[in-house]
Design a protein around this ligand. Structure first.
Ligand code: SAM
Length: 424
């Protein structure tokens, strides 16, 4: 298949690609839609699947639209700009359903309501790379898909206006040379899109850090925190953390701590995940800085919140300490270690929001010893959700609802909430 060939995909699959068949082989292509005809060329074979790239569209799908961003197709950040937003959401719901069925034998026949977001400027954070361009000068941007070749970026339409303004400022000559020692610049804006926390990863020496931090804080509009990380060490200048409000709760977020990036969906996620119950005991596993812990504390008598990352755990403890009811027990541990040591108690609700690897069967086995009455599983990875749901459904739980939070418009990423209850 080394010469170009004609290809017509049959469906979109998890990962952003379109799948189809040609000459008895499974083909995967980015940036194509079901039923359109395109000329494609092979780029690699992996586990019997032929990965191709589209050369030209011969017959477009009626759904196809012109991508908004000039970098679409080269920058590795977005996958679906050629599909209208409503169609992206519909496709994601079906991809979720199919992934659960194919990988977990979980046949969810019910509806999958979607919480949609404005399709642009929705991210409150971005991770920019710094690399030398072909001429040897430092450049700022994102990686090309599946490579570490840098695409220098002027603006990114999925990040917030404030972050685009920071990006524009940092791209100007003097800053780029000052950032030449940097490998990565992470920027996060607060809920008002005013204050910005910058986290720079690279090799620095102490005097250079101090003067660069003071310059960034003084000259980049909105910059309120500048952190330097090298290996596992971190040095912070300016305000020690960002304060992010969701509804009327203020969360402290330090450099290095996880925080959700979908600025328009946070309040709806909190309401859906924390539920309605008043009274009883809740656990928040993989709690981060406590995004769900604090709302749970308003609804339950006691909340145990577990987080293993040192910075996030310290934010969690501070955020928990600031609650008026003082009914949160923040625990710095891995979920596995916490559950291994956990005394016999039956929580009314367990919220679990793991990284992409999912909770995993070993940890779920420990969780099942507690027999929680209800389980709210927020997932950013349908394949690991499929594995974990499959285990839970064969161990006494039923799936009551499945919802999609479109936290990542224009990309293939799928965030979903599965609500389960104990059958026994
Ligand atoms: C997807 S984030 C969710 C955080 C929080 N629920 C939120 O929405 O902001 C996952 C969190 O789990 C933490 N984490 C990763 N592995 C963990 C483990 N084995 N045990 C406990 N926490 C872990 C990460 O540091 C991160 O804060």
């Amino acid at each position: 298949m080394s010469s170009p060939f004609e290809f017509s995909p049959v469906k979109l699959v998890y990962g952003g690609e379109a799948l189809g068949f040609h000459a008895g082989r499974t083909i995967l292509s980015p940036r194509l839609l079901p039923d359109e005809r395109a000329e494609v060329e092979e780029i690699r074979r992996q586990k019997g699947v032929v990965h191709v790239r589209p050369l030209r569209i011969l017959e477009p799908s009626p759904e196809r639209i012109k991508p908004f961003c000039a970098y679409f197709g080269s920058c590795g950040g977005c996958d679906y700009q050629h599909l209208p937003y409503e169609a992206q959401v519909k496709a994601k719901a079906e991809i979720l359903r199919e992934t659960l069925r194919r990988l977990g034998k979980v046949n969810w026949e019910g509806s999958i309501p979607a919480h949609t977001s404005p399709a642009w400027n929705y991210r409150n954070q971005a991770k920019l790379k710094v690399r030398a361009d072909p001429g040897g000068s430092p450049a700022l941007g994102f990686y090309e898909a599946e490579s570490n070749r840098l695409i220098p970026i002027v603006a990114c339409p999925i990040v917030s206006p404030r972050l685009n303004a920071v990006l524009t400022a940092l791209r100007s000559g003097p800053w780029l040379s000052a950032l030449a020692h940097c490998r990565e610049v992470e920027v996060m804006a607060d809920d008002l899109d005013e204050k910005v926390m910058l986290t720079l990863t690279g090799s620095w020496d102490a005097p250079e850090e101090e003067s660069l931090a003071q310059k960034l804080l003084g000259e980049i509009e909105g910059a309120s925190t500048v952190a330097f990380t090298r290996d596992s060490a971190m040095k912070v200048f300016g305000e020690p953390h960002l304060v992010y409000h969701v509804e009327d709760i203020a969360y402290r977020v330090s450099p290095g701590s996880f925080f959700q990036s979908a600025r328009f969906l946070l309040a709806r996620m909190v309401t859906a995940v924390a539920g309605m119950q008043i009274g009883g005991v809740a656990m928040d596993l993989f709690a981060g800085v406590g995004l769900f812990t604090l709302p749970l504390a308003m609804r339950f008598e006691q909340v145990l919140a577990v987080e293993s990352h040192p910075q996030a755990a310290s934010d969690l403890a501070a955020n928990a300490g600031a609650t008026s009811r003082k009914n949160v027990r923040p625990i710095t541990a891995t979920t596995f270690d916490f559950l291994r040591r956990c005394a016999q108690m039956q929580p009314d609700l367990v919220v679990t929001d793991p990284p992409r690897a999912g909770v995993g069967v070993a940890t779920l086995k420990l969780l099942l010893n507690l027999r929680p009455r209800r389980l709210h599983y927020l997932s950013c990875s349908p394949p690991t959700l499929a594995r974990d749901l499959s285990f839970l459904l064969s161990h006494g739980y039923q799936l009551d609802s499945l919802e999609l939070f479109d936290c990542f418009p224009q990309t293939y990423h799928i965030e979903s909430l599965a609500r389960l209850s104990c059958r026994g």
